[in-house]
Design a binder for this molecule. Structure first.
Ligand SMILES: Nc1ncnc2c1ncn2[C@@H]1O[C@H](COP(=O)(O)OP(=O)(O)OP(=O)(O)O)[C@@H](O)[C@H]1O
Ligand SMILES: [Mg+2]
Length: 338
C-alpha cells in the first residue's frame, strides 16, 4: 500500500511522523474527509500496520458519530465489515480510532479510474455488500450512509463496508440501505446518477422524482439485473425490496437468469453468504434451480388432475364413475412418471 503525501493537509496540522498514544507512528495520509482524516500507521514495537482515523472537528455531533462508528461496526459480526481495533484520545486532545488496514481501493476510486466497470464485477460486489448489510439488518443495524466511497474492494477482491458513523440500531428502516445500494449499483453500471436529495434519509422516504429505468440508460445490462435494481429504487418505498437479504437473493437469481439456466459456465460466480447465521435458501447452481422448478410444476399438475377427476366422479352414475376414476389414476401416474 502506498500512502499519498500529506498534500492539501494543513502543514501545521500534518500528522505524518507523529506517534499516537506512544505506539502508532503515522506514515502517510489515506483520505482527508470532512470531519476526520484517515492515515496509515505502524505499531512501533510489533510493526503491525493499521489505519488510524483522527477526528478533526471536535464538536458534540461529530464526537457522537465517531463513537457510534466504533460501537456499531464490530456489533455486525460479519467479516465484510472493517474491524475497529482500538480507540483513544491523542496527547493534544483529538479522538482517534484504530482500524484494520485494508488493501485495495474504494468503489468510488475504481469508478473514477475506469470508464465502465465490468457488469459481472459490479453484480458480485453488490451481492457481497448486500450479504454484509443483511447481517447488519438481522441485528437491527441500518448503515444509513451506503455509497461507493464506503465500500472498499480489497486486494483479494472481497468487499468491506466502512464508516458506520451514521448507523442506527433498533428503529430505522432497512429499505433506506436497499435504496442506497440500488442507487450505487445504478451509477456503477450506467455512469449516471439517480435523482436524490442531499439528505440520505429523505431519498428513502421519497426521492425528488422517479429514476429512469436502468434498462433505458444501460441497455447492455441484462434485464433481470436491471429489474432488481429498479425495484430497489422504486418511488414508493413499499414497492422496494424489504431488506438487504431479499434484494441479495433476487440479485443472485437474476445473475442466474442472465446467464441462462442451462449455461452454468457463464453464470456470474457469486459466493454463498459469509454471514455466520445466514441460512441459504437458493440452490447453488442454475441446474439445481431448473430441477426444483420442474418438481414444483409436477406436483401442481398431479394435484389438478386428481381434483378434476374427483369433481367428475361426484357428478356421475356408478358405472361411469368407475371408468373415469381409472382414467384419472392413469393420467396422474403418467404425469408423475415424466
Ligand atoms: N481501514 C481502512 N483501510 C484503508 N483505507 C481506509 C480505511 N478506512 C477508510 N479508508 C479510506 O478512507 C476513505 C474514507 O473513509 P471514511 O468514510 O471512513 O472516512 P470519513 O472521515 O468518514 O471520510 P468522508 O467524510 O469523506 O466520508 C475510504 O473511502 C477509504 O478509501
Ligand atoms: Mg465517511
Amino acid at each position: 500500500m502506498s500512502f499519498r503525501a500529506a498534500k492539501g493537509e494543513n502543514t501545521r496540522r500534518s500528522r505524518v511522523g507523529d506517534v499516537i498514544d506512544g505506539k502508532w507512528r503515522i506514515e502517510g495520509m489515506l483520505h482527508r474527509g470532512l470531519t476526520a482524516t484517515v492515515y496509515g500507521a505502524v505499531h512501533l514495537r510489533n510493526a503491525r500496520r493499521v489505519a488510524l482515523k483522527i477526528l478533526r472537528l471536535d464538536q458534540p455531533v461529530f464526537r457522537e458519530k465517531f463513537q457510534r462508528e466504533g460501537s456499531l461496526a464490530n456489533a455486525v459480526g460479519h467479516p465484510g465489515v472493517v474491524k475497529i481495533l482500538d480507540d483513544g484520545v491523542t496527547e493534544d486532545g483529538e479522538r482517534f480510532m484504530v482500524l484494520e488496514l485494508l488493501s485495495g481501493s474504494s468503489l468510488e476510486r475504481r469508478a473514477e479510474r475506469a470508464a465502465r466497470l465490468p457488469i459481472e464485477d459490479v453484480v458480485r460486489w453488490g451481492c457481497e455488500l448486500l450479504d454484509v448489510l443483511g447481517a447488519a439488518h438481522a441485528r437491527g443495524i441500518v448503515h444509513r450512509d451506503v455509497r461507493a466511497a464506503h465500500v472498499q474492494v480489497t486486494g483479494d477482491g472481497s468487499v468491506r463496508l466502512l464508516d458506520f458513523g451514521a448507523a442506527a440500531r433498533g428503529f430505522d428502516d432497512p429499505r433506506s440501505d436497499v435504496w442506497a445500494v440500488g442507487a450505487m449499483l445504478y451509477t456503477l453500471l450506467s455512469g449516471r446518477t439517480v435523482p436524490r436529495w442531499e439528505m440520505h434519509d429523505a431519498c428513502h422516504f421519497a426521492p425528488p422524482e422517479r429514476a429512469r429505468s436502468l434498462r433505458d440508460v444501460a441497455p447492455d445490462v441484462p434485464r433481470a439485473i436491471c429489474g432488481v435494481i429498479d425495484r430497489a429504487l422504486a418511488f414508493d418505498k413499499n414497492d422496494r425490496w424489504r431488506d438487504a437479504s431479499s434484494m441479495r437473493e433476487a440479485l443472485r437469481f437474476a445473475s442466474f437468469a442472465a446467464a441462462g439456466e442451462a449455461d452454468t459456465e457463464r453464470a456470474i460466480p457469486i459466493a454463498t453468504s459469509r454471514a455466520d447465521d445466514d441460512r441459504q435458501t437458493l440452490p447453488s447452481t442454475p441446474v439445481a434451480l431448473a430441477g426444483r422448478r420442474r418438481r414444483i410444476s409436477k406436483v401442481v399438475a398431479v394435484t389438478v388432475a386428481l381434483g378434476a377427476a374427483l369433481a367428475v366422479l361426484l357428478s356421475m352414475d356408478p358405472y361411469s364413475r368407475e371408468r373415469i376414476a381409472r382414467a384419472a389414476s392413469h393420467a396422474s401416474h403418467a404425469i408423475a412418471a415424466r
